[in-house]
Design a binder for this molecule. Structure first.
Ligand code: MRU
Length: 354
């Protein structure tokens, strides 16, 4: 992966940049201390950027993979105008293997695969490039809609708690949960955000705080373990989080720690909102037990900022997502509206537009 400097303003809403048929990703591993882009030129470098967390967040991973398919198609067609399809199938698999939990990755690859399957004998890459750009643009628009639907649920002004990073960095722009918070803050419904620091990658401390400070939205960081105590003190209207995959029955996979927040929220009478586009809902996964949960290397927990913090000889358990049962969720907000107290029938009705 090659570091490059781009002559554009660095903003959370421009963390995925398509320029001159190349993909540039703001390296989220280095924020907030360094603002550096990584250049991706093919499926291999794109898959590696997803795996290594240069780009992360379910919708952002899907958008990135779509651009990866477009670049791979150009390369494969140039190398073999007759045999490109077989080679591209391997690229699709490489991208799909990058991370297992966020269904947006598989959703975006499936959309690109449909075009690959339908392609005639000409160069497929212009059509695939256009599709990747459409996926990117649609995500931005969907997030604005989701922001309005979610904000309307909040009787403010109130403080809210959020977890991980669900903002422009994690999406095509604006954000899912953070998009709701942005919209609600603009309407005077959210007064302050308590952001979990989100061990071990510190997406809350490094990314969410970076985004909110730039937007002049008051934010206070908490150790993850402080959230229940914060709820007990009062003044928190909602916990608002995103999701990597929502099962057909409304169970929600999201960053590890989300489940504990939902349990604490129910105990304290705090409402719990999940904001995610319909591309995050996976009708083929019956319930949360069937969602594949990514486990990452032990050293991510045993270290902090590259420094070992745990006693030598300690092992670690590092699942990076957990599942919140649907009965702990008060509302799922998508670009189409709100699913209140989700269950299988309500999720199916929402998807079918009823
Ligand atoms: O491991 P990450 O940083 O990719 O995890 C991201 C999350 O858990 C987000 O909450 C989720 O993808 C929703 S982002 C809009």
């Amino acid at each position: 992966m090659k570091e490059v400097t781009l002559d554009i303003p660095v903003t959370a809403d421009a963390a995925i940049v398509w320029h001159d048929d190349r993909l540039y990703l703001l390296d989220q591993r280095l924020l907030p201390n360094r603002e550096v882009f990584i250049e991706c030129t093919d499926a291999g470098s794109t898959a590696e950027a997803i795996r290594a967390m240069v780009v992360r967040g379910a919708p952002a991973i899907g958008i990135t993979a779509a651009y990866g398919v477009a670049m791979a198609a150009r390369e494969r067609f140039a190398a073999s105008p007759d045999g490109w399809r077989a080679a591209l199938t391997q690229d699709l698999q490489l991208l799909a293997d990058a991370r297992p939990t966020a269904v947006n990755l598989f959703w975006a690859i499936a959309r690109m695969r449909e075009l690959v399957d339908a392609a005639d004998s000409g160069d497929p890459s212009p059509r695939l490039r256009a599709e990747a750009r459409a996926i990117h643009a649609r995500d931005r628009d969907d997030n604005r809609r989701m922001g309005d639907y979610g904000a309307a649920l909040i009787d403010g002004p109130t403080a809210v708690i959020t977890h991980c990073n669900t903002g422009g960095l994690a999406t095509g722009g604006w954000g899912t949960a953070l998009g709701v918070i942005r919209s609600a803050h603009a309407q005077g419904r959210v007064s302050e955000v308590f952001a979990d620091e989100t061990r071990p990658w510190l997406q809350g401390a490094r990314l969410t705080a970076w985004e909110l400070v730039r937007d002049h939205i008051p934010v206070r960081l908490m150790a993850d373990g402080a959230a229940a105590a914060r709820m007990a003190r009062g003044g928190i209207g909602w916990v608002i989080v995103g999701s990597d995959r929502i099962a057909a029955n409304g169970d929600v996979a999201n960053k590890i720690g989300t489940y504990g927040l939902a349990v604490a929220a129910r105990h304290h009478g705090v409402r719990f909102m999940v904001a995610a586009p319909t591309s995050t809902i996976d009708p083929d996964t019956a319930d949360g037990g069937a969602i594949p949960i990514e486990e990452r290397p032990e050293h991510e927990v045993l270290q902090c900022a590259g420094q070992r913090t745990a006693a030598q000889g300690t092992g670690a358990w590092n699942p990076v997502f957990d599942v919140t049962p649907a009965e702990l969720v008060d509302a799922i907000v998508t670009e189409r509206g709100v699913i209140e107290r989700p269950n299988a029938a309500r999720v199916a009705a929402h998807l079918s537009g009823e």
